[in-house]
Design a protein around this ligand. Structure first.
Ligand SMILES: *Cc1c(COP(=O)(O)O)cnc(C)c1O
Length: 373
């Protein structure tokens, strides 16, 4: 591989699975095998027939169970991923004005989408230095508070707490959902794509919606604004209630998502799934603290993400060279988020990733750094 130093990490040091990316992220081999096993009567069959609709129904039910969603909540889904959902929310959930907590690449993007919407007032954007998070500020002019459970570009997670105000709480949980605990009473819409903690592929969005959010979706259907059908949340709601999507979904993605939900629920639900990420992140941050040439990028331990770890390296060591050497040894996607511009590695620690592999990754990094010296 170009530019990679010629370092061969011994097999007994390497992680069993080398995938540490933050999305798409490790898909469990067992889930791929399960998909292959059902393929003959599932892949390449109609998404309007019970075989596929039953999968969608079990996905929706399983998310209810995993998150302990209260009575009246509904799980919506459609094509396009979390990025698409920002646009759908800008036409179908924000009534006049939103407030955004902006603390990295992903959280800033929803703020930009809302600012560009001609039918909305200018959003209130509260920023914080990268590596930390702001908190929402109650504001009578705001009808939607837009939070990000885990800012994937920086490795900062924030607790979800409803501001003492009216207005819906909309949470981008793309990299947190399934790996970080949350309380539905603090939230109205918890939306995500399935290629991170849910170890599937990209292209879908899913949104857990409170009764207040459903009411807003239904009311804005009659708002005086143009809503294309593909962006319409009432259309998504209507289809989701029938366990289908408005247009054709990726059936493989749905099945991988279902397999990950079965795995999580079969092993104890959020306590198990979040517990795996807690274990992995404890290993990574303790290692980064005690190793002389590394420091956790997020200074406040309370803000450090259990699912996306960011580790700064001393100037004497070029983290991009370390990432290249790891890649040449099959340890993939440890590069920092490019726009953050730091001498850093970023490590996915989603529930599918074995904590023992995170331990092995730290040993592999030590091996590479020693070989470079
Ligand atoms: C990955 C990610 C997104 C983008 O998801 P897509 O499926 O590519 O649209 C949005 N927000 C967060 C927090 C993410 O981690």
């Amino acid at each position: 591989m170009s530019g990679a130093p010629d370092i061969r990490i011994p097999a007994e040091i390497l992680p069993a699975d080398g995938r540490f990316g933050c999305g798409p992220s490790k898909v469990r081999p067992e889930a791929v095998a399960a998909l292959a096993a059902v393929a003959p009567d599932y892949l390449g069959t109609s998404h309007r027939q019970p075989r596929v609709k039953d999968v969608v129904a079990e996905v929706r039910r399983s998310l209810h169970e995993l998150f302990g969603l209260p009575e009246g909540w509904e799980v919506l889904l459609g094509n396009g991923g979390a990025t698409f959902f920002w646009d759908a929310a800008s036409v179908g959930l924000i009534e006049r004005r939103s407030q955004h907590l902006s603390f990295g690449e992903f959280s800033s993007k929803f703020a930009k989408a809302a600012a560009a919407a001609p039918h909305l007032d200018d959003p209130v954007v509260i920023t914080a230095e990268p590596g930390s998070h702001p908190v929402p500020a109650p504001d009578a002019s705001v009808d939607a508070y837009c939070l990000t459970h885990n800012e994937t570009s920086t490795g900062v997670a924030m607790p979800l707490v409803r501001p003492d105000a009216d207005g819906l709480v909309l949470v981008d949980a793309t990299s947190a959902a399934g790996g970080v605990r949350w309380d539905p009473r603090q939230v109205d819409v918890y939306y995500f794509s399935p290629q991170k903690c849910f170890a599937a592929d990209g292209g879908l969005w899913l949104a857990c919606c409170s009764p207040a959010a459903i009411e807003r979706i239904e009311r804005l259907a009659d708002a005086d604004r143009w809503i294309p059908d593909s962006l319409s949340l009432p259309t998504a709601l209507d289809n989701s209630r029938k366990d289908q999507t408005y247009n054709t979904p990726a059936l493989a993605t749905l099945y991988l998502l279902l397999e990950q939900l079965r795995w999580m629920l079969g092993n104890g639900g959020m306590a198990f799934a979040a517990g795996r990420s807690d274990e992995s992140s404890t290993i990574l941050y303790q290692w980064a603290e005690r190793t002389p040439y590394t420091t956790p990028y997020v200074a406040d331990p309370a803000m450090r993400s259990p699912v996306v770890g960011t580790v700064d390296f001393d100037d004497a060591i070029d983290a991009t060279v370390v990432a290249k050497a790891l890649r040449a040894n099959g340890v993939l996607d440890t590069e920092a988020y490019r726009k953050l511009g730091r001498n850093q590695l970023r490590i996915g620690m989603f529930p599918a990733i074995d904590p023992a592999d995170v331990e092995a990754l730290t040993a592999s990094i030590e091996y590479v750094v020693a070989a470079l010296a």
